[in-house]
Design a protein around this ligand. Sequence first.
Ligand code: FES
Length: 346
Amino acid sequence: MTVFTDETRTRAREIIARYPADRSRSALLPLLHLVQAEEGYVSPAGVAFCAEVLGLNKAQVGAVASFYTMYKRRPTGDWLVSVCTNTMCNVLGGQEVYDTLAEHLGVGHDETTGDGKITLEHAECLAACDYGPVMTVNYDFFDGVDPQTAVGVVDELRAGGRPTPSRGARLCTLKEMAVQLAGFADEREGAVADGVPGEPTLRGLRLAQQHGISAPGFDPNTPIRSGKAGDKPAPATPAKAAPTGSTAPDVAAPDRKSPQVRTAETRQPDAKTAVPDAPGTKVPVDGQPPAAGDARAAEAAGAAANKPAGDAKPAGDDTGAQERNLREAESNGGGQDSAHDKGAQK
Ligand code: FES
């Protein structure tokens, strides 16, 4: 069983403290990245750690970890090479890039080279269709690749080099990237200013500036709202439009945030901040796996502290739903088409 470091446990507290105390389970996604940063994948120990600190059971954590492809269930290489083979990239040659890399590296999807350096995967749209065909290395983009340039990138990585991505910060290892994905800043000197965004990425921004449109109430440092009554986002109406071609500055929206939101938003502890465990959570201090009784108590406390969402749905699975649906279908005439189905067929 892995004993997670003091640094990981401190960071776990920081992550949990970013969320309202009665919504601590929302911290699960960044916590999974955090344990992946230490081990290189989400191991059974990582699942147990997340369950323990959030008052969830391991099945709930495992269900989330196995749903998202960014959480790896077995050890990965230092460099995760993802090649987009979805429609847009595929018609531009994405599959050819993937096939060439697979043959060159001698691995298939989600497999790692014998030297442990490179894991290859094919991806379903990397959200950069306007740069296709694209591939990423640890989620940094290489735009407009072809088989030859892709092979050049992986060869350089295997030789110890760090090729320069098309956009964004310089490459870091997968474990280092997982720390960033857990919500911690890239601390490398000057890394945030690396590279420049591509022109297609900036197109929407340029149009908004051209037409004098801004996002009312947007504050990049405090994006989390409490969800309480009165904490409503500012109306999504555009700020006063400037004439086309104007270079007038954006007009800031008035501050309509409630005091509770302000309080929640200022909960941004850093590594030096002493943060108590939120209700229903318990970050282990000794690194030892919890006793079964403690885990059950933490799960019960977590369930009590994380009430169902405002839509009145239960937080866990509603095991009676399927039976009710079947009974309802039978009472509506069994195998006959429902009114909805008939309407949809018109
Ligand atoms: S289809 Fe390749 S990035 Fe979208």
